[in-house]
Ligand binder design. Structure first.
Ligand code: PGA
Length: 249
């Protein structure tokens, strides 16, 4: 059975001490589910202490970024081996904030995705259009280009999750309508079926991200092609994240 994935992207929030408090409370209060996985992606400085607390719990550990070399003179970067050794199972690649604030290109994201999977972790590839692209009717084009470029040479499709995150919905409080998200998810699934095959496409987990909150999670998860969510702001409070995890889809 394909499990859904509820992922929290903490972005640049929470010190190690705050992270420890948050995760201790999360682990204490989370219910057990057979049909969904729960993932948190804290900042690098919190990964190690958090990994100790979630060990033997239902919560998995993810990172928000990575570099695509194992080691070397790359001041300020973190390697996939370092993440793996810290207990990280998922790495977000190509979040729109990485693309738009830090200038990450599809080529760089492609190298990251491949390296993460090669290292034995799961990559969460983020794609999404900007508002002006949507308004010009370019949404599907933009998504197709991002998916194709970021997966170039990624021949054996495995350990990959795709997150559709329309840039205009991130941190803005403006959620895509469930039907708008569903339409793009179907497009992505069909594209993956064309590039790879139908089996891979059907088993692919496609997340929606962008102003997901307790008030809209149930509606989003009712859509057939939405297999989970990537949550930013609303995952920073235990109560709100627990409600999202506890969606009724
Ligand atoms: P948001 O962020 O939920 O705060 O809109 C989502 C994301 O950036 O992954």
């Amino acid at each position: 059975m394909k499990k859904s994935l509820i992922a929290g992207n903490w972005k640049m929030y929470k010190t190690p001490a705050e992270s420890i408090n948050f995760v201790s409370e999360l682990v204490k209060n989370i219910k057990s589910y057979e049909d969904r996985d729960v993932l948190i992606c804290p900042p690098f400085t919190s990964l190690y202490p958090v990994s100790k607390i979630i060990k033997n719990s239902a919560v998995k550990l993810g990172a928000q970024n990575v570099y695509f070399e194992n080691e070397g003179a790359y001041t300020g970067e973190i390697s996939p081996l370092m993440l793996k050794d810290t207990g990280v199972e998922y790495v977000i690649c190509g979040h729109s904030e990485r693309r738009n604030i830090f200038g990450e290109s599809d080529e760089i994201i492609n190298k990251k995705v491949k390296k993460v999977v090669e290292t034995g972790m799961n990559a969460i590839l983020c794609v999404g259009e900007k508002l002006e692209e949507r308004e010009k009717g370019e949404t599907f084009n933009v998504i197709e280009n991002q998916v194709k470029r970021c997966l170039e040479g990624f021949d054996k499709f495995e350990n990959l999750v795709i997150a559709y995150e329309p840039v205009w919905a991130i941190g803005t409080g403006k959620t895509a309508l469930p039907s708008q998200a569903e339409e793009v998810h179907i497009f992505i699934r069909e594209l993956i079926a064309k590039i790879y095959n139908k089996d891979i496409a059907e088993n692919l987990i496609i997340l929606y991200g962008g102003s997901v909150k307790p008030e809209n999670i149930d509606q989003l998860m009712k859509e057939k092609n939405i297999d989970g969510v990537l949550v930013g702001g609303a995952c920073l409070k235990v109560e709100s994240f627990l409600r999202i995890i506890d969606y009724r889809g």
